[in-house]
Design a binder for this molecule. Structure first.
Ligand code: CUA
Length: 655
């Protein structure tokens, strides 16, 4: 009972901190308003300096913002169906959402991370994890489209993901919930010692293609967040754990009994060599791997049935635990790779481990026992320092290019700047309110950029006009180029922005694709000019090969379709100009519209229910005569013998 009382005390304190911030908020924002406005003003026609990619949380998507303006540029559909362009509905993209549980139309996206070369973000791709039905997606930064989604077998709550190593050798996925491994029917209260926490290492090749290389069979703790080593510590990956108590119920109390949980240090280079030399054991798995093939503009979906499991106890020197106080959440590595910061979320201190001290402690076998056969290093042996009394409820840390670190404090609702090496607190700024992650461009790399920081806040309350009980979350932009952080801007985010990644616009805007070339369109059902348009009946399936160009469809009159048919409209956009999409919508369709980019072919299905003459039209205002971009489909009763014919401008073809 005493423990429960302590908890109530912590949360009561949280309420006090949060309400304090609310009280000073009015004065502060007024005083700084004018110079801040100049710093974020991007005049009409000018471009932002950075692209920021914010996780869309429970929207399942990734949103793109310009910085410093805070203007939302795009929502990229990833794990959720997206009627705005037909992603996840169209025949070409619906298999992107296939999993071993069937088609999952929704996801919970968390942590985006940009690909790296030599420890610097390179702007080729961005990865993001899905927490609920464990998956990792790769999005092209040429097309800003999701190109690949791989499911993570044996994982549950894919939270400590999707961080990449410094040459994008691997992207990782750790299980948040420990589970039976492999899954099986067993009593929940027999969890302890029987559940496991597999960590999955997914190899990424030069074209970005992902394949699961191995899974590390770890004890049944909860693996919360992770970051790769870099520089000297390249070759290692660090994961925070909580619930080392292995409790299965009332975890807000029972998972907080141990004074320290662990940061797991995983020497993936060593494990990778072990695997290359034939180590590990094949185990059954069931997972789906979906790749969007640009040539055919269609998803290729493959179900796989095995994975390579490694037992870390078979590989001396592969995995160690570093005790870290108070249920650590964030696990962040500084740009040099020497310091690993564990933020105990029930603590006021930050624990900093030293990578070089860790190596010495391993050499000298300074162990404090083991956990399920994995050596536990002595706390003092790896400790580099402690940032004392920095705030309450530390969560995440990022770094600038001047040797400073920035940590978010959820309970005391602030961002605290401190010096790496001397561990002294240099500055603190309130966040409005209850900040989770924060982001500095290149923050997970050797070369972070010290200009802006954004805090990604969990609670919005009074920051904007109320929109009923449901409010968007909020991000705040800070200028971090000076000694003190300066709050510049609030902007709402779509879905919960768990984490974000940003890159200078210069690094990607030249590569950004403007059209899909028609002469590269190898879609099976493409009509590359109006002469190739047609209707083909195969039993009760009708394939319509249709084209769009400003401002008509070909064909625009179709007859010979019957109730009971399944009609596939394969629509090719013949335009080859930037920013001229056409849309396609047909009355009563049970999917969404299509938005077809220049040179692309997309397919919608339609099962007419009622005889009649039914319209279709273009959904995207494409020209002065957009409103005329429309057509008719004659639908006859089931069993009627209306012949098939199709045409444009009263020139019909039939068969
Ligand atoms: Cu085509 Cu509107």
């Amino acid at each position: 009972m005493k423990k429960i009382t302590n908890f109530i005390a912590v949360f009561a304190l949280a309420a006090i901190f949060t309400s304090c911030n609310q009280n000073d908020e009015g004065e502060k924002s007024g005083a700084m308003a004018s110079s801040a406005a100049e710093k974020v003003y991007v005049s009409p026609g000018e471009h932002d300096e950075y692209y920021a990619f914010l996780s869309g949380g429970y929207s399942g998507n990734l949103t793109v913002y310009g910085l410093p303006s805070g203007r939302m540029l795009k929502e990229i559909p990833v794990f959720s169906q997206f009627p705005t362009n037909g992603y996840g509905y169209s025949e070409e993209t619906k298999d992107m959402l296939k999993t071993s549980f069937g088609m999952v139309p929704w996801g919970d996206s968390h942590h985006p991370d940009i690909s790296q070369t030599n420890g610097e973000i390179d702007g080729r791709w961005i990865f993001i994890n899905e927490n609920n039905t464990p998956r990792i997606a790769r999005i092209s930064l040429e097309t800003f489209e999701t190109e690949e989604i791989i499911e993570i077998p044996h994982s549950a709550g894919n939270h400590s993901s999707s961080y990449v190593t410094e040459n994008t050798e691997y992207v990782v996925a750790g299980t948040r919930f420990s589970v039976p491994y492999p899954q099986r029917d067993m009593p929940i209260d027999e969890m302890k010692g029987n559940f496991k926490g597999p960590l999955t290492f997914i190899a990424v090749d030069d074209d970005g293609h992902m394949e699961i290389d191995f899974q590390v069979d770890m004890p049944g703790f909860n693996y919360d967040l992770s970051h790769p080593g870099r520089g000297e510590s390249h070759g290692w990956f660090f994961f925070t754990t909580y619930n080392t108590e292995e409790s299965h119920t009332m975890q807000e109390v029972n998972a907080s009994q141990n004074d320290k949980d662990f940061i797991a240090a995983v020497n993936w280079k060593k494990i990778s060599e072990y695997v290359e030399n034939g180590g590990g054991e094949i185990m059954d798995a069931e997972y789906v791997h979906n790749v969007f093939d640009h040539d055919t503009q269609t998803t290729i979906s493959t179900t796989k049935n095995e994975v390579l499991k490694v037992d870390p106890r078979d590989i001396p020197g592969a995995v160690f635990f570093m005790p870290t106080p108070k249920s650590p959440h964030g696990c962040d590595v500084d740009p040099s790779g020497e310091y690993i910061i564990g933020n105990g979320k029930l603590s006021s201190d930050l624990t900093v481990h030293s990578f070089s001290k860790m190596l010495d402690a391993i050499d000298n076998e300074e162990f404090d026992g083991d956990a399920y056969g994995i050596p536990v290093l002595k706390f003092e042996s790896t400790l580099a320092g402690t940032v004392k009394d920095a705030g309450l409820g530390p969560l995440h840390t990022e770094f600038d290019d001047k040797g400073n670190a920035y940590t978010t404090f959820f309970i005391s609702s602030e961002v605290v700047k401190w010096k790496v090496g001397s561990w002294e607190v240099l500055d603190r700024q309130p966040s409005y309110y209850s900040v989770g992650h924060l982001m500095i461009s290149g923050g997970n790399s050797r070369k972070p950029d010290g200009k802006y920081m954004i805090s990604l806040n969990k609670i919005t309350k009074d920051r904007y006009l109320p929109t009923g009980p449901e409010l968007e979350h909020s991000a705040q932009l800070f200028d971090i180029s000076g000694d003190k952080m300066e709050l510049l801007l609030d902007f709402p985010t779509h879905g919960e922005p768990h984490y974000a990644a940003a890159i200078k616009a210069d690094k990607i805007k030249e590569n950004s694709k403007k059209i899909y070339r028609l002469d590269e369109n190898n879609h099976k059902y493409a009509a590359l000019n109006e002469g190739e348009t047609k209707m083909v009946r195969e039993g009760n399936e009708v394939h319509v090969y249709m084209t769009t160009v400003r401002s008509h469809f070909a064909p625009d009159n179709l007859e010979g379709i019957h109730v009971g048919d399944k009609v596939y409209f394969h629509v090719t956009n013949l335009e080859q100009d930037f920013d001229v999409p056409h849309g396609f919508a047909v009355i009563g369709a049970n999917t969404s519209e299509l938005l077809i980019m220049p040179g692309q072919t997309k397919t919608i299905t339609w099962e007419p229910k009622k005889p009649g003459v039914w319209p279709f039209y273009c959904t995207d205002f494409c020209s002065a005569l957009h409103q005329e971009m429309q057509g008719y489909i004659r639908v006859s009763a089931e069993g009627a013998n209306t012949p098939m014919k199709w045409g444009l401008d009263d020139e019909y073809t039939s068969n």
